[in-house]
Design a protein around this ligand. Structure first.
Ligand code: ACO
Length: 291
C-alpha cells in the first residue's frame, strides 16, 4: 500500500471529504457507514445525539471515528441547537484504538507506523482533519454536552473536553494517557483542560497520566454535574432541554461573546458586546414602527 493510500482514514474515502452545505442532508454519513465505524447519530427535534457505539472495544476510537465526527459536524441539520455526545456500554471511551500502535494497525486505516512514513506536512494535514472532528463541537450556533460514564481515557477525555459542557456519572474516570504512551494530546484537549483546571493542575494531570475520578472532576470544574449512573441520561436530557429555553440567535451571539471574552481586554469585550447587541436590536426591532 502506498503512503497516500494509507493516509486515507477508514474504508470510506467520502468521510474525509467535506460534506454538503450545512443544513442539507447531502453528504451526511449514512447510518450503515457510521455503524461500521462504531458511531450512531440521531436527531430528535433540536437535539442531536452522537453515540460512540463499539462497547465491545470500550468505544475505542480510530482515525475513521474522527473523520466521521468531522463529517457529522459539516452536515449537521440546520435545526439542531444541542449536540449530546455519549458512549454505549461500560465506558464513554477507552481512547484511541490501541491496535493503531501495532505494525498491522486497523484494517483499511494504517497505523502510527504507516503514518510515520509520511512527510511532516502530510502528517500535519491528517491531524488537522482529525481535529476538525472535535473543533466543530464549540461552534456558537450549537451547545455540545458530553454525557460521560466509566472510563474516558486519552482521546475519550479529549472528546469530553471538546464539548461545551460535561454531565458525568459518579463512576467516571478521566485519564490523559497520551504522554504515558509517548504522545501528546493533540485532539484539541489541551486548551480546554488548561482553561478549566489551570496550568499547574493540567501539567500535573497530563504528566502523571493519573485517573481523575468524578468527585475531583466536579471540584476542578471538569464537569458541570455528577449524577448516579442510572440518572445520566435523564440529567443530560434535562440540561439539553434547559438550553433550548433562550432565543436561538441570541444564544449563538451570547456564546460567541463568552467564547471571546478571555482573549479580550474589558474595553474590547465591551465593544464586542455593543457589536452583538447592535445586530440583535436591528434584527428584533428593525421593522417595528416607532411610537
Ligand atoms: N483499543 C482497542 N481495544 C480496546 C481498547 C482500546 N483503547 N480498550 C479496550 N479494548 C478492548 C479490550 O482489548 C477488550 O477486548 P477483548 O474482549 O477482545 O479482550 C475489550 O475492549 C474490553 O476491555 P477490558 O480491558 O476487558 O475492559 P475493562 O472494562 O476491564 O477495562 C479499560 C476498560 C480500563 C478502558 C481498559 O480496557 C484499558 O485500559 N484500555 C486501554 C486504554 C488506553 O490505553 N487507551 C489509549 C489512550 S491514549 C489515546 O487515546 C491517544
Amino acid at each position: 500500500t502506498s503512503a497516500s493510500e494509507e493516509a486515507e482514514p477508514g474504508t470510506h474515502g467520502a468521510l474525509t471529504r467535506a460534506g454538503g452545505v450545512r443544513g442539507e442532508a447531502e453528504g451526511a454519513p449514512d447510518s450503515e457507514q457510521l455503524a461500521e465505524i462504531g458511531l450512531r447519530f440521531e436527531v430528535d427535534g433540536e437535539i442531536a445525539t452522537i453515540t460512540l457505539d463499539r462497547p465491545e472495544r470500550r468505544n475505542a476510537q480510530t482515525f475513521a471515528t474522527w473523520s466521521a465526527l468531522a463529517q457529522i459536524g459539516t452536515t449537521l441539520p440546520e435545526q439542531v441547537r444541542v449536540v449530546v455526545v455519549r458512549g454505549e456500554g461500560p465506558s464513554f471511551s477507552a481512547g484511541i484504538d490501541v491496535r493503531l500502535f501495532t505494525p498491522e494497525g486497523v484494517s483499511g486505516q494504517g497505523s502510527f507506523a504507516s503514518a510515520a512514513a509520511l512527510d511532516g506536512g502530510t502528517i500535519d494535514q491528517r491531524i488537522r482533519e482529525f481535529q476538525e472532528g472535535f473543533l466543530w463541537l464549540r461552534r456558537p450556533d450549537i451547545v455540545s454536552i458530553a454525557a460521560v460514564h466509566g472510563h474516558a481515557i486519552g482521546a475519550g477525555f479529549q472528546l469530553a473536553l471538546a464539548c461545551d459542557l460535561r454531565v458525568i456519572a459518579d463512576d467516571t474516570k478521566f485519564c490523559m494517557k497520551e504522554p504515558a504512551l509517548g504522545l501528546v494530546p493533540d485532539l484539541t484537549g489541551t486548551k480546554p483542560l488548561v482553561d478549566l483546571v489551570g496550568l499547574s493542575r493540567a501539567v500535573e494531570i497530563c504528566l502523571s497520566a493519573r485517573v481523575v475520578e468524578a468527585g475531583e472532576a466536579l471540584r476542578l470544574g471538569l464537569a458541570e454535574r455528577v449524577v448516579p449512573g442510572d440518572e445520566l441520561q435523564a440529567a443530560t436530557k434535562e440540561l439539553a432541554t434547559s438550553l433550548l429555553a433562550t432565543d436561538r440567535d441570541a444564544a449563538a451571539a451570547t456564546k460567541r461573546l463568552l467564547q471571546g471574552a478571555s482573549g479580550r481586554t474589558l474595553e474590547e469585550q465591551a465593544a464586542a458586546e455593543r457589536a452583538e447587541q447592535r445586530a440583535r436590536i436591528k434584527a428584533l426591532f428593525g421593522g417595528v414602527r416607532q411610537a
